[in-house]
Write a protein that binds this ligand. Structure first.
Ligand SMILES: C[S@@+](CC[C@H](N)C(=O)[O-])C[C@H]1O[C@@H](n2cnc3c(N)ncnc32)[C@H](O)[C@@H]1O
Length: 201
């Protein structure tokens, strides 16, 4: 899908995401993951800042998103939670940082949207310090055949309407990118994956 069209789709969803930050129904998954962040943190595709309530005090966050409206909402969130955040409006797929820059990299519900998720994973491996951590909460294809069948059926419509893929093989992608997974949890009919990982050595 054309990038401008995709950005427009996410701009239009910013108000929904703004409300979600205040009433985080997936708190039970976000909190244990995001509360592990420390040091210099990169959050890619930050949206409206749904993770901001869960960052420990003292972290320095760099937050990236290509949607102007999402970033406006995330800025309000950062002020609300008194979080130290530098915002960058950019396409994560063509972003660059110096290698070994971040102690923690966070991504929640973002890998469903990229054209080339493996390119983004390769960048995370590069930007993360060797002893740093990569924390992910991603939705992806389920191991349950009936659920997977429905995800495959609904995928084209979902991509057109919401801008994301329903049937990405999250765990397969991580393995392919060489991340070292230290802890994993799978929820909600195996469609939500929580990952605590280290970058590829
Ligand atoms: C499904 S939302 C998730 C937002 C947030 N991470 C959360 O957990 O609520 C996906 C977000 O990724 C952003 N996004 C998608 N593709 C992107 C890209 N290539 N570069 C930057 N931002 C992107 C969208 O603008 C949107 O804010």
């Amino acid at each position: 899908m054309n990038k401008d069209k995709l950005i427009h789709k996410f701009d239009k969803q910013a108000r929904v995401y703004d409300r979600r930050r205040k009433n985080v129904s997936d708190r039970k998954w976000r909190e244990p993951l995001v509360s592990c962040a420390y040091g210099k943190v990169l959050e890619i595709s930050v949206g409206a800042g749904a993770n901001f309530p869960f960052y420990p005090k003292g972290v320095e966050v760099t937050a990236v998103d290509f949607s102007h409206e999402m970033l406006l909402s995330a800025q309000r969130g950062a002020a609300e939670y008194r979080l130290n955040v530098e915002f960058i409006r950019a396409d994560v797929e063509s972003l660059s940082f110096e290698p070994n820059t971040f102690d923690t990299i966070v991504s929640t519900l973002s890998f469903c949207g990229y054209e080339n998720p493996l390119v983004v994973l390769a960048s995370l491996n590069k930007w993360c310090k060797p002893d740093g951590q990569i924390l992910l909460m991603e939705h992806g294809v389920s191991s349950k055949p009936m659920v997977r069948h429905m995800q495959n059926l609904m995928n084209p419509m979902f991509r057109r309407m919401v801008g994301c893929h329903l049937n990405r093989d999250t765990m397969g992608m991580l393995q392919h990118a060489g991340l070292s997974v230290e802890r994993e949890e799978h929820h909600w009919m195996d469609m939500i994956h929580l990952i605590w990982a280290r970058p590829k050595k």
